[in-house]
Write a protein that binds this ligand. Structure first.
Ligand code: ATP
Length: 300
């Protein structure tokens, strides 16, 4: 074990242009070791470009990146990184077992029992040729390949794309284990529920620029909080409608529903002044918060 490391990924001013398109316009980001970061953005926001730059697969036009304290392009850094590309190209004639064996050798050997355990958990038939595998099963081969060497940093581009819900659940459980092991996960995803369930932090990219970076819980606070309240008697509709940040008020008999964004104090003052029979506060959705950040351009 070396000295404790505080950042698994660091980059500053990372910029990439393709002709007149700025795919990434000066990204500065630090991912703490041991965290799971969800990297979100609409189609074309620059997520894959970021990942390729971080891994040293693309050269930046400006800025720099560091993985696990070293240069991403160096073999010793790469060996400690597990990478699942968004578009996986596998040799069609090979069996899954042959591919995994080959990748393992490139890494200088892996724990075969751990690898085989992963194959089993993903219910992958290792004897089948890639040409016979469905898109989801190909994805599973890539996931096993990324995970099997117990990397210190996992970089996953849309990992659950095309996986059925059972396999997705297995993947979420695996991420938990990886985190317990102290590894870091950088996960680009469109599946907000998955990010909400697994990530500690999120970074949101929009048109090549970072628009938000923070704890998942903080992002939730900018989401619109739903309320469902059953009053004893008439709903104080006028008082509710006057609460700052309150919208979508619906009244049915003594019941009312609405959403609030921003501070809750003014709402609580109204509720305290009226007889409330029951109150339910459903979990606010990360999706609404992130969609607001994506803005009007595109959708996930
Ligand atoms: P998606 O969610 O659709 O995969 P993304 O966030 O990963 O999108 P990128 O693939 O990084 O987005 O693309 C960012 C921008 O850069 C897009 O406008 C894309 O068209 C452009 N781009 C990416 N790679 C290239 C390339 N090799 N040549 C030209 N333009 C490119």
């Amino acid at each position: 074990m070396g000295p404790p490391m505080t950042a698994a990924i660091r980059c500053e001013g990372l910029t990439k242009r393709f002709g007149s398109v700025t795919a990434l316009g000066g990204l500065t980001l630090e991912v703490g070791a041991g965290s799971i970061v969800g990297y979100l953005g609409a189609n074309g926001a620059g997520k894959t470009t970021t990942i390729r730059l971080l891994l040293g697969l693309l050269r930046p036009d400006a800025g720099w990146a560091e993985l696990l304290g070293g240069d991403p392009a160096r073999a010793e850094s790469r060996r400690r990184v597990g990478y699942l590309p968004g578009e996986l190209r596998l040799e069609e004639r090979c069996t899954a077992a042959e591919l995994l064996h080959h990748w393992g050798r490139l890494r200088g050997g892996v724990d075969a029992a751990y690898r085989d355990g992963l194959v089993e958990r993903f219910q992958l038939d290792p004897g089948r040729r890639v040409a016979q595998l469905s898109a989801g099963n190909r994805r599973k081969v890539g996931l096993v390949g990324a995970l099997m060497a117990r990397p210190r940093l996992l970089v996953l581009d849309e990992p659950t794309n095309g996986l059925d819900p059972l396999v997705q659940a297995e993947f979420v459980a695996l991420l938990e284990e990886v985190r317990r092991d102290g590894a870091t996960v950088f996960l680009s995803s469109h599946v907000l529920a998955e990010v909400q369930r697994t990530a500690d932090r999120v970074a949101v990219l929009r048109e090549g620029r970072l628009v938000r970076e923070g704890a998942v819980d903080d992002l939730r606070h900018i989401a619109r909080q739903p309320f469902e309240v059953h009053f004893d008697g008439a709903v104080p509709a006028a008082a509710l409608a006057a609460v700052p940040g309150l919208s979508d008020l619906r009244v049915e008999g003594g019941r009312a529903r609405w959403v609030v964004s921003g501070p809750l104090q003014p709402l609580l003052a109204v509720l305290a002044a009226h007889p409330v029979r029951s109150l339910s506060v459903p979990e606010p959705d990360l999706e609404s918060a992130v969609l607001a950040l994506y803005g009007t351009q595109g959708s996930p």
